[in-house]
Write a protein that binds this ligand. Structure first.
Ligand code: DC
Length: 224
């Protein structure tokens, strides 16, 4: 029989509401949150900041750094500590996201961070795992797999609001183009492309509030 773990995976494109849903479910269930995109963003950030141009250099840097995933349930954000420096907001901009998506195409990079992601699971507390390949590759044994969808326009609007809240300037047209390009790259890459796991539930969040999305997930969870 297939082993099942107390993990809910939430996959989907950028700006679809994965992070918000992850934290509201975590609060409800008392589970931990893994924001796997943040680890890819860290590779993007390091490659830009430290001018690491090859996958080998990035992997070497990751393997020789002390990396800790931090979940701040109160503030509803994940952060990463690398060699005692905590990175959060530095990773949440579109330049880093675009670089992250580019680096995420490299199989060696994906393999190098599988362990960091799987180590985020602790059977005692349960895990909500947010990303692109959580249900298909990283946690196929999750008890429930959710795939969120929404139109690119709705997602760009949501992402714009998030960026504006952080005081960043946003040009809607450029943001929409960036999001569409990133989706295309994430869906069409050869390794671990963005796609729903066969056994996932699909939810279109375009017309739904976060409460309604949460209710749909909880209904499915209670039925298990
Ligand atoms: O979820 P996010 O927007 O922070 O992710 C940034 C990029 O990282 C995303 O465009 C593709 C990559 N990513 C990935 O390839 N696999 C994941 N599980 C999460 C993110």
């Amino acid at each position: 029989m297939k082993e099942v773990k107390n993990i809910i995976t939430i996959d989907g494109p950028s700006g679809v509401g994965k992070g918000t849903l992850a934290f509201s479910l975590a609060e409800k269930l008392g589970w931990n949150v893994l924001d796997s995109g943040l680890i890819y963003r860290l590779t993007g950030y390091l490659s830009l900041k430290e001018k690491l141009n090859s996958p080998e250099d990035i992997i070497f840097h990751l393997n020789h750094s002390k990396i800790k995933l931090l979940t701040n349930l109160k503030e509803k954000i994940c952060e990463i500590e690398i060699d005692e420096v905590v990175l959060g907001n530095e990773l949440r901009n579109e330049v880093v996201a675009t670089k992250a998506s580019e680096i995420a195409k490299v199989p060696e990079i994906r393999n190098a961070i599988i362990k960091i992601q799987r180590n985020a699971y602790d059977a005692k507390s349960g895990l909500i795992a947010d990303g692109r390949d959580m249900g298909t590759v990283i946690f196929p044994e999750a008890i429930l797999k959710v795939f969120l969808q929404a139109s690119p326009e709705v997602r760009a609007e949501r992402r714009a609001n998030q960026l504006k809240e952080k005081g960043m300037d946003v040009i809607m047209h450029d943001l929409l183009k960036l999001i569409e390009q990133r989706d295309k790259d994430d869906m069409n890459r050869k390794v671990s492309p963005l796609k729903p796991a066969q056994d996932s539930i699909l939810i279109d969040t375009s017309e739904l509030s976060i409460k309604e999305v949460e209710e749909k997930v909880m209904e499915n969870y209670k039925k298990l």
